[in-house]
Design a protein around this ligand. Structure first.
Ligand SMILES: [Zn+2]
Ligand SMILES: [Zn+2]
Length: 81
């Protein structure tokens, strides 16, 4: 059964804020309040996951990344393994 390596503390996500270069904070798993596909076009999504094709499957885990310096936030998709 697939599981998210980030949720299980096997992997740390490190992304710099595009505005101020602060390391974004992993604010945890995104619940159902947000449609993950609304962030489909983000280019970092491709780097973090294995490309758009995987988001069509269900074995991804969306995480909210937040910049505590300027308030920037984005959702990234973690490929479950
Ligand atoms: Zn996760
Ligand atoms: Zn920032």
């Amino acid at each position: 059964m697939a599981m998210c390596p980030v949720c299980n503390s096997l992997k740390v996500v490190e992304i710099d804020c595009p505005n101020c270069s602060t390391l974004l904070k992993n604010d945890g798993k995104v619940a159902d309040f947000m449609d993950p596909y609304s962030h489909y076009e983000d280019e970092e999504t491709v780097k973090m996951g294995d490309g758009y094709s995987n988001t069509a499957k269900d074995q991804i885990c969306p995480h909210l990344m937040v910049c505590q310096n300027c308030g920037y936030d984005k959702v990234i998709f973690i490929q479950e393994v």
